[in-house]
Design a protein around this ligand. Structure first.
Ligand code: PLP
Length: 370
């Protein structure tokens, strides 16, 4: 198993290095004052520091269920399991399907790929296009495998967004053949235009819909969730109990307190979308100006710009880039079997405008002088 290149890089970079590597949100946009106010209330009651229930505190599960109901996806709190980040949700589900086969996107999220390997899931990779997975290829594999892991909204690493047509096709394929999709959606609120319909709502009993507060509020709480049918949730709770008994009660209480003012959260999301769009435009402008040979499509949300530097081995290049104090994730890291690859994933949400320009210029000079 490959150790996460991203984690390795994050550990080895110094303060002068400009990193476009991690999938980090912009910490200057965390709603710290509101979170501090919510925390004060929680710290006033000793009971909030006791052990908590395994499936997650009821009032937070109610609020998460209400997000789905507001979108017309009928959900009750017993359809929700709170997890320690959506990363843990992936682990629990992979354990549930241990030793099975699973269709994944090519490329896919390295953190999930590693979990699937650890739980001996046999991955079948299907080409991902900018408007979603190739649906004919998908059906060909899915009809036998009957399990798939998809990231339809602003995929990690590709930034791609599934079209409504492909969403409908996938839902119909699942209805026809049975089985399950795991729909991982940590970036779904970070859209510029409008929120897409999730696939899971068309197949509520044949899906796991994963959410997270990591990209919208802060990853430090380590709170995510799974929405699935109640029977399946009960099985997942048994697995979760063996891992950590429950996710941090304090984190859950603070988020629950913060979310009591739904309008405030909505406003926060609105402003986050505007600011991240601005950052994406700044990054794209720097790429177009200094690295015009980089081929990519502008994403419609999320945190990543993905593309190609034709004929350059971007895995080799990244070690040279590190010496020039700029870093990104080479595309090779997102494929199940390492292959020579000219692709790159850039994170555009974390660096400041000034850092983006300096970092891209460093890459330009490096490539010119090779
Ligand atoms: C696609 C995807 N799924 C899951 C995660 C894990 O997120 P968390 O555990 O912070 O909710 C990430 C993190 O970057 C991600 O990109």
């Amino acid at each position: 198993m490959k150790r996460s290149f991203i984690r390795q890089i994050l550990e080895s970079i110094d303060e002068e290095t400009i990193s476009f590597a991690g999938g980090l949100p912009d910490e200057t946009l965390f709603p710290i004052d509101d979170l501090a106010n919510a925390s004060k209330k929680i710290f006033d009651n000793n009971k909030n520091f006791q052990y908590a229930v395994s499936n997650g505190i009821a009032s937070l599960r109610e609020k998460i269920a209400s997000f789905y109901n507001d979108e017309g996806f009928e959900t009750n709190p017993n359809n929700i399991l709170i997890t320690t980040g959506s990363q843990q949700a992936l682990f629990i589900i992979a354990k549930y399907f241990e030793n099975k086969s699973i269709v994944v996107e090519k490329p896919s999220y390295l953190g999930a790929v590693n979990i699937f390997k650890m739980n001996s899931l046999d991955m079948k990779a299907v080409t991902l296009e900018y408007d979603g997975i190739h649906t004919d290829e998908f059906e060909e594999v899915y009809k036998d495998v009957k399990l798939s892991y998809l990231i339809p909204d602003f995929q990690n690493p590709k930034g791609s967004l599934y079209s409504q047509e492909k969403r409908d096709k996938i839902a119909n394929i699942v209805k026809k053949h049975g089985g399950y999709i795991i729909e991982d959606a940590p970036y779904s609120e970070l859209f510029y235009d409008k929120k897409s319909n999730n696939i899971s709502s068309q197949i509520p009993d044949n899906s796991f819909h994963l959410g997270s507060f990591s990209k919208t509020l802060s990853p430090a709480f380590r709170i995510g969730w799974v929405r699935a049918n109640e029977e399946v949730i009960n099985d997942l709770i048994l697995i979760k109990e063996t891992i950590d008994l429950h996710s941090s009660g304090v984190s859950q209480y603070i988020l629950n307190e913060y979310l009591k003012e739904k309008e405030k959260y909505k406003k926060h999301l609105d402003s986050l979308r505007v600011k991240y769009k601005e950052k994406m435009e700044v990054f794209a402008e720097a790429l177009d100006k200094y690295l015009p040979q980089f081929e990519y499509e502008k994403p419609k949300g999320g945190m990543f710009i993905y593309g190609r530097l034709p004929n350059i081995d971007t895995y080799e290049l990244v070690f040279e880039a590190l010496k020039k104090k700029v870093v990104y994730v080479p595309g090779s890291e997102f494929y199940i079997t390492r292959q020579k690859c000219d692709e790159i994933r850039f994170n555009f949400t974390h660096s400041s405008k000034e850092e983006v320009v300096i970092g891209i210029k460093r890459l330009k000079e490096l490539i010119e002088n090779r």
